[in-house]
Design a protein around this ligand. Structure first.
Ligand code: HEC
Length: 91
């Protein structure tokens, strides 16, 4: 019984607490889209490139024309979230 609860708990976390969840609309479920016709295809970036882009947006030191949008997306992310996203999406 405990195992069932644990599995259900992990599953719910993956669904509801996925830090990448709010990125899907623009970047696609796997990071395969060019967000708003502007971004790189982030699944083709390495884990390290994603990590440094996200940290850069958070510190307002990285970005192009639509940087402002990603700055607000990244402000709420913790280092842990950024690691999670980089490992999930990056190559
Ligand atoms: C409203 C649409 C939108 C959402 C939501 C969004 N992004 Fe973006 N993202 C963009 C755009 C547009 C760019 C290009 C910004 C620029 O000009 O620097 C971008 C750029 C990026 C880049 C750098 C790629 C490059 O072109 O250099 C990464 C990495 C990234 N986003 C990850 C994320 C993650 C992770 C999330 C969720 C926390 C997220 N984005 C949410 C639209 C979005």
């Amino acid at each position: 019984m405990k195992k069932v609860i644990l599995v259900f708990f992990l599953f719910s976390c993956a669904l509801y607490a996925n830090p990448y969840g709010k990125c899907v609309g623009c970047h696609g479920a796997k990071g395969e889209k060019v967000a708003l016709g502007k971004s790189k295809i982030i699944k083709d970036m390495t884990k390290e490139e994603i990590r440094s882009a996200m940290t850069g947006y958070r510190n307002s030191t990285y970005g192009g024309e639509m940087k402002g949008l990603m700055v607000s997306q990244s402000k709420k992310l913790t280092d842990y979230d950024i690691d999670f996203i980089a490992n999930k999406i990056g190559k």
